[in-house]
Design a protein around this ligand. Structure first.
Ligand SMILES: *[C@@H]1O[C@H](CO)[C@@H](O)[C@H](O)[C@H]1NC(C)=O
Ligand SMILES: *[C@@H]1O[C@H](CO)[C@@H](O)[C@H](O)[C@H]1NC(C)=O
Ligand SMILES: *[C@@H]1O[C@H](CO)[C@@H](O)[C@H](O)[C@H]1NC(C)=O
Ligand SMILES: *[C@@H]1O[C@H](CO)[C@@H](O)[C@H](O)[C@H]1NC(C)=O
Length: 215
């Protein structure tokens, strides 16, 4: 029926006779928070993918695409069985497992520069009126991991050390200024105490003056 696509709601007609709209499609495919994967040329890279569904699954089909070419196709009978492989590019192997807590259909392969591109993990669940969902990973293959990442790390660490030094220098300067101003205050206190002394002296002399002169 129309509107019964992935992520959409399907009309449900219960035995009672009245119509009720409910979101029955709960199928979701996820490649994790970060859909950009960086891999070293010549290294084995894991392309993560899991799917979730609230009402369970039966005879579920999943497919991995590179750009738009199929590179792996599998079938899962139910939650207590592992996927059966229907087609696989010889370089691709399934590393996920679906009998555990997650429905994990991750794949793994050794990559070179020509493998960069879009990897789409697609799932179709007959138990949810053939609901489909997919998620895509962008794979970048690099010569060395250094470049940006190392620069960011070095930059950040360097930045932090720099910031720390700056803070220490500022702290020293502030302390120096405080010390100087305190010294100034001390100087002021010294000079004012000097004035006090003079006043005392004056007062003393006044007192002396007040005192009846003795012949
Ligand atoms: C990339 O890796 C492949 C396989 O390890 C190697 O044959 C090739 O020379 C590498 N390319 C470069 C440019 O390093
Ligand atoms: C999926 O399986 C792979 C391979 O065993 C594992 O490395 C990864 O952590 C799993 N992902 C999740 C979300 O469980
Ligand atoms: C796949 O797509 C990427 C860009 O998204 C492109 O660079 C690459 O050449 C494509 N690979 C093939 C085999 O079409
Ligand atoms: C992935 O899903 C989008 C919309 O949800 C759809 O347009 C696209 O064709 C799907 N891709 C595959 C490979 O099934």
């Amino acid at each position: 029926s129309p509107g019964c696509g992935a992520g959409g709601g399907c009309p449900v007609a219960p035995a009672g006779g009245f119509h009720l709209f409910a979101t029955t499609v709960t199928l979701e495919v996820s490649v994790g928070k970060n859909n950009l994967v960086m891999a070293l040329n010549g290294s084995e890279v894991q392309l993560p993918c899991i799917f979730t569904t609230c009402i369970g699954f039966k005879d579920l089909d999943f497919t991995w695409y590179y750009n738009s070419t199929e590179i792996y196709r599998g079938h899962i009978k139910n939650k207590v069985s592992e996927p059966t492989m229907l087609y696989a590019n010889p370089r691709v192997r399934l590393t996920g497992t679906t009998t555990g807590r997650e429905n994990n259909i991750s794949i793994s392969m050794f990559v070179d520069f020509d493998d960069a591109g879009k990897y789409t993990c697609h799932v179709k669940n007959p138990k949810e009126m053939n609901a489909e969902h997919n998620a895509t990973i962008i794979l970048k293959v690099v010569q060395e991991m250094d470049n940006t990442l190392t620069h960011i790390i070095v930059g950040t660490v360097g930045g932090l050390v720099g910031l720390l030094i700056l803070i220490l220098v500022i702290k020293k300067i502030v302390l120096l200024i405080l010390k100087k101003s305190q010294e100034k205050k001390k100087e002021c206190l010294v000079s004012s105490s000097g004035i006090d002394n003079t006043e005392n002296g004056l007062a003393g002399s006044k007192a002396e003056q007040k005192a009846p002169p003795k012949a």
